[in-house]
Design a protein around this ligand. Structure first.
Ligand code: FES
Length: 105
């Protein structure tokens, strides 16, 4: 079981437990965080699965692709820990990951 700490745009923090399968976007959506639109369904073409990873957790992630980086440039509220959650595969290494869903992600 992988534990994730997720803060919604209203500032409410919730911890969830998920399996090491699928993407981070799917894990978030499957646990009722409807604020994460993920309009393209994980195709790396919409940017609406934008999340901000806590800086202490950022080293747990693999590097982003050039496509992800380019799409994030078009997102409102991009910051240092920004990632597209559909591009992050769930794995045991992500246990304890802390992240925030920005407004209008
Ligand atoms: S769901 Fe569209 S870019 Fe991630």
């Amino acid at each position: 079981m992988i534990r994730l700490k997720i803060e919604n745009p209203a500032g409410e923090m919730r911890e969830i437990g998920v399996q090491a399968e699928g993407s981070l976007m799917e894990a978030i959506r499957d646990n009722g965080f409807d604020e994460l639109l993920a309009s393209c369904g994980g195709g790396c073409s919409c940017g609406t699965c934008h999340v901000v990873i806590d800086t202490a957790s950022f080293s747990q992630l693999a590097a982003m692709s050039a496509d992800e980086d380019s799409l994030l440039d078009g997102c409102d509220h991009r910051e240092k820990g920004s990632r597209l959650s559909c591009q992050i595969r769930m794995s045991d290494e992500l246990d304890g990951l802390k992240l925030r869903i920005p407004p209008n992600s």
